[in-house]
Design a protein around this ligand. Sequence first.
Ligand code: ZN
Length: 144
Amino acid sequence: MQNLTKDTEMQVNKVCIMGMLRKADIKITRQRVYLAGILFNLPQGHFTAEELHDETKQGDLKVSLATVYNTLNHFSQNGLIKTLQVDNQKTFFDRNTAHHYHIRSQNKIEDVAAEDVKIALSPSKIPPGKKIKSIDLIINLCDE
Ligand SMILES: [Zn+2]
């Protein structure tokens, strides 16, 4: 009986993932459903391609790191997730696609709601004929 419940939960989850992919206009493939299933069940909202690749090692579908990268970039281009360039060495991916900022302390990245950050930019800094499209902000913390 317990296995039946587990199978049903997995099935609902898979159907949900497939709906998310379709909504983002992403062609359904076994690997994409598999990777999306893992990433939307990760405990943390921000992750690297390497971390997601490590998670696939426990599953039965073998996926190369290059495929994980390509799939994440495709998901990002279609708005399913966001790309987060924290520094020159590491790219994180973010499941939270709503407008928000980040606080980074050591290796931990946490979301900050956009309304909790006030940014003052003099209008004279914006060239004529241009307007702000978006602002990406990562607040890096260190020990006092
Ligand atoms: Zn975030």
